[in-house]
Write a protein that binds this ligand. Structure first.
Ligand SMILES: [Fe+2]
Ligand SMILES: [Fe+2]
Length: 186
């Protein structure tokens, strides 16, 4: 479906380009899914909303984990600390709201507002990744400073492993992404 967020999927640097290296294609594909799910959430009846909320929280957790474990450390020497650290702090804020949402069943007064705010914050974050971080990373890839196709293979493998883990146990298991209390050490 097309709503206010998913319209962006075809605009400018949000669009998946033929020449995008694998890492960027894979992450942009997920950004597209997030925009579509947040649009569906905006339009959903109460009964359908909690299912969409649960799917969003699960997918966002996997996405943020692979970015923090694999993408961000690889880009840090190229893009500098500030941009990566801002990404980590935005993730931390998203994780904390997602953790609140996961404790709810969807009938609560603030449930819809929490999903809405998670959407606004997430879309802001993924817009910045597409427009700034990924664009700079793609340039570095073009200059041979980093191999984002090889990195994409790593992201894909870790993503599959995490989804597998969720299917088996219902949980993400052990991850090495930045923890909120460790942010200052990153
Ligand atoms: Fe991110
Ligand atoms: Fe992302």
């Amino acid at each position: 479906m097309s709503g206010k967020y998913s319209q962006r999927n075809q605009e400018g640097r949000h669009r998946i380009a033929e020449e995008d290296p694998l890492a960027i294609r894979l992450l942009k594909e997920e950004h597209h899914i997030f925009r579509q799910l947040f649009d569906r959430a905006e339009a959903a009846e109460d009964a359908a909303l909690s299912k969409i909320g649960a799917e969003l929280c699960m997918r966002l957790a996997v996405h943020m984990t692979i970015e923090e474990e694999i993408l961000y450390p690889a880009l840090k020497p190229i893009l500098g600390d500030d941009e990566i650290n801002e990404g980590i702090v935005e993730h931390a804020s998203g994780k904390s709201l997602a953790a609140e949402i996961e404790q709810l069943d969807g009938t609560e007064t603030l449930y819809r507002a929490k999903i809405h705010v998670l959407g606004e914050e997430t879309v802001h974050h993924i817009d910045e990744e597409d427009e700034d971080m990924f664009a700079e990373a793609a340039e570095a890839h073009g200059e041979g400073k980093i191999d984002l196709d090889e990195l994409g293979e790593q992201l894909r493998a870790r993503q599959a492993e995490l989804y597998d883990q969720i299917e088996k146990t219902g949980e993400l298991g052990k991850t090495s992404e930045a923890q909120a209390e460790e942010i200052e050490k990153v």
